[in-house]
Design a protein around this ligand. Structure first.
Ligand code: 5AD
Ligand code: FES
Length: 352
């Protein structure tokens, strides 16, 4: 086996065997990474030109009933200062976002029982009425089929739910026993079935992650064929059981972004905040490795520091009030342009 030949095969056939993924990950070197990134960049440019899609992220609650070992807003972190935005505050974020040119709002929160179906439905319906031309993306974790269905009927179009890791055993090392990879995957199939444009993803360099785990992640993503894939480096949070674990690297994250772009040419692929956190130019480099989405923070500056999933998260200070402008400049610096288009998935039929 040879890395360049495997990349060519991936580009032709859009899939690889598990051993081939493992080989490609374990034997990566600089020439391979350069070859892969330029291919990924070319594919992105072919499909999307220099347009980078933008989604306004509203982190509306950091209460969470889950206890994932990696996450700063896990239930047992007593030091997390909890907050919830009111419906009025959420709408205010949308108003501001709309003025700034956003046509997609991402409502993200911990698994917070306060936001039950009735409350979420009301919020989604209100946003839908006020912004008929916008996409509403939810990122609320695992919910029942019926709940996903009700929120879809209320006007939500898209849902983000990272599978975190496709490997059952690895899943168990990152989560307490009440959570399972099987349930997570079922949620994703449910979301697709209901008709959401669905996003999944995983953390790069999560504790215990092997090349085999990553091969399973890539193969799961190929089978699910989601419209969006969010990946970013694992970054330790000081008040979690993983405080002393090593973080994921820029290099491996970029490599995986590029592999994803080659495997799924049409997918919406964000250069994530976590990537921008581990390197000052992380998001720009992510775009140059094939990513085509950025998600500026629209949350009120007063709560941003509290939605701290990991240490040193960027865009939490007063200076970050205008992430949109910041990102626009950053994208221009690499010859790209933020677009106001909704950026719906333009690929083929994605039925599961
Ligand atoms: N480092 C990086 N990403 C994290 N997430 C949660 N905790 C961390 C961390 N410590 C990611 C998870 C989750 C998403 C919202 O944030 O993948 O799905
Ligand atoms: Fe938030 Fe740069 S994107 S400060």
């Amino acid at each position: 086996m040879n890395t360049i030949t495997l990349i060519e095969k991936l580009n032709q056939e859009k899939q690889l065997e598990a051993e081939e993924w493992v080989f490609l990950i374990e034997n990566r070197d600089q020439p391979t990474a350069e070859y892969l990134c330029s291919l990924a960049q070319r594919i992105r440019q072919q499909r999307f030109g220099n347009r980078i899609y933008t989604r306004g992220l509203i982190e509306f609650t950091n209460y969470c009933k889950n206890n994932c070992y990696y996450c700063g807003i896990r239930r047992d972190n007593q030091k997390a200062e909890r907050y919830r935005l009111t419906q009025e505050q959420i709408l205010e974020c949308c108003r501001l976002g709309y003025e700034l040119g956003f046509r997609t709002f991402v409502l993200q929160g911990g698994e917070d029982g306060f936001f039950d179906d009735a409350r979420m439905e009301e919020i989604v319906r209100t946003i839908r009425r006020a912004y008929a031309d916008c996409a509403i993306t939810l990122s609320l974790g695992e919910r029942s089929y019926e709940s996903y269905q009700r929120l879809f009927a209320a006007g939500a179009d898209r849902y983000l739910l990272r599978h975190e890791t496709a490997d059952e055993v690895h899943y168990g090392k990152l989560h307490p026993p009440e959570l399972s990879a099987a349930n997570r995957k079922q949620c994703l199939y449910n979301l697709k079935k209901i008709g959401y444009q669905t996003g999944t993803g995983f953390m790069v360099g999560a504790p215990g992650q092997t090349a085999e785990c990553l091969a399973a992640d890539l193969d799961f993503i190929r089978q699910l064929n989601p419209q969006m894939v969010g990946i970013g480096p694992f970054v330790p949070h000081h008040d979690t059981p993983f405080a002393n674990q090593a973080g994921g690297t820029l290099e491996l994250t970029l490599y995986l972004l590029a592999l994803l772009r080659v495997m799924l040419p049409d997918v919406l692929l964000p250069a994530t905040t976590a990537l921008g956190t581990i390197d000052p130019k992380g998001r720009e480099l992510g775009i140059l490795a094939g990513a085509n989405v950025v998600m500026p923070n629209l949350s009120p500056v007063s709560v941003r520091k509290k939605y701290e999933l990991y240490d040193n998260k960027i865009c939490t200070g007063d200076e970050a009030a205008e992430c949109r402008q910041c990102l626009a400049r950053r994208m221009e610096s690499i010859g790209c342009q933020l677009t106001v288009e909704r950026g719906d998935y333009q690929g083929g039929n994605c039925d599961v």
